[in-house]
Design a protein around this ligand. Structure first.
Ligand SMILES: Cc1cc2nc3c(=O)[nH]c(=O)nc-3n(C[C@H](O)[C@H](O)[C@H](O)COP(=O)(O)O)c2cc1C
Length: 380
């Protein structure tokens, strides 16, 4: 059985994170993943609007109602926790982007989570992790000002010393900043990943080993992982585990709509494209709607690498929302599906448990058989 520092730090059965994935709150997915032995993450982007989001908005309203982001996150964490009560080993956490454009919500969401953990400390046995992403980790560090942050935010580890703080980073530069901030696990996310991705075109194959080489903090690989072969590869490149987004969408329990899941099975590795999202570049699954979004969002900023926020964030948001509004079953060409290049490696919609068990078993077989690949050892 593969056992790495990841399991030692977090207590899951497997070294696998289900990525935070807006627009949905991934409540049902995180429950299924935690039950199956992975780390399930609740996603919070949609909560900025005052409610949790699910593929059926009416159902989300019924369970969680409307309210301030701080209250919605508390309800969602409580909901997931309640569903994991009979699963002593299940572990989960939350993801919150800390990008400048999401700062107003991130502060409220993180504050809500901290309040809940202090009100109900027994929850910390299951709610183990916060994954921050899409921004600078330094303002969230303990002693942030002394460490060089201009506008310190909530010192997460001072408030909750036992929580495992992970930060998603797209570059070696950010990885060094994570280390300075005192992040516990760095998630190195290659450009091939779904939805928001890095400004620069650095794939996991290059980014992951370079981050591992540069920092002493444990590293998890993200972007392009989908099966046992890629888990084994991540370990070989120095990671202690993997985070998967796109692969988890196409599972029976995931909160995403059925058409989105089927689209991922149908598309090949050539079928994703990068346009502009609110926090930076964003990888979409190619269809008539996303081609339209890409044209509209990169107008005047065809060099995505320069980081020019053009058109304005509000305009980008409007264009994107026109695609998200069509996320309904059956609308294959009219909706904005997000997904990584790894969509080309997705060929089925299994249950979460079938998928995770299969990935780990396959990785173990590959690792065991690796010495057989060396047909001849030449003496030095
Ligand atoms: C539909 C979708 C939504 C996403 N939303 C978020 C998000 O809300 N926060 C975040 O940190 N990352 C988000 N991501 C990125 C994932 O967290 C993850 O890093 C990425 O999917 C990994 O690459 P992969 O898709 O190749 O597995 C999203 C990805 C997808 C596919």
């Amino acid at each position: 059985m593969i056992y790495t520092k990841f399991q030692e730090m977090i207590g899951t059965k497997y070294p696998i994170i289900q990525a935070g994935m807006g627009p949905y709150s991934t409540t049902e997915l995180s429950i299924a993943v935690a039950k199956a032995g992975g780390l399930g993450l609740v996603s919070t982007i949609g909560m900025a609007g005052g409610t949790a989001t699910q593929a059926t908005p009416e159902r989300a309203q019924e369970i969680f109602g409307r309210g301030r982001p701080k209250d919605i996150i508390k309800k969602v964490i409580q909901y997931v926790y309640d569903h994991l009560k009979d699963h002593p080993d299940a572990k989960f956490g939350m993801n919150t982007p800390v990008a400048v454009d999401f700062d107003f919500a991130a502060r409220r969401l993180i504050k809500g989570m901290i309040e809940l953990m202090k009100e109900k400390p027994e929850m910390q046995k299951k709610f183990k992790v916060i994954v921050t992403s899409a921004g600078d980790p330094l303002p969230w560090a303990v002693d942030a000002k002394a460490k060089g942050a201009k506008k310190p935010r909530i010192p997460i580890k001072e408030e909750l010393p036992d929580i495992v703080w992970c930060h998603v980073c797209p570059s070696v530069k950010t990885a060094k900043r994570c280390e300075k901030a005192g992040v516990d696990i760095i998630i190195a996310s290659g450009r091939e990943g779904g939805a928001h991705c890095s400004w620069r075109d650095v794939s996991s194959m290059v980014l992951l080993p370079e981050v591992v080489r540069t920092v002493n903090t444990p590293v998890v690989g993200a972007g392009g992982f989908a099966d046992g072969a890629s888990l084994a590869a991540a370990l070989a490149l120095g990671a202690i585990g993997i985070q998967m987004g796109t692969r988890f969408i196409a599972t029976k329990e995931s909160d995403f709509n059925q058409t989105w899941k089927e689209v991922l099975v149908k598309r090949t590795e050539e079928d994703t494209l990068v346009g502009r999202g609110v926090f930076g570049p964003m990888r979409f699954v190619r269809n008539p709607k996303t081609l339209e979004i890409i044209d509209a969002t990169i107008e005047g900023a065809s060099d995505l690498y320069r980081g020019i926020p053009c058109p304005s964030t509000n305009e980008i948001m409007k264009v994107e929302m026109s695609g998200f509004a069509n996320l309904m079953d059956g609308l294959e060409d009219e909706a904005a599906f997000l997904g990584g290049a790894v969509t080309g490696r997705i060929h089925s919609i299994p249950t979460v448990k079938e998928m995770i068990d299969g990935i780990v078993q396959q990785a173990e077989q590959i690792i065991t058989k690796l010495p057989g690949k060396v047909i001849k050892q030449i003496p030095a």
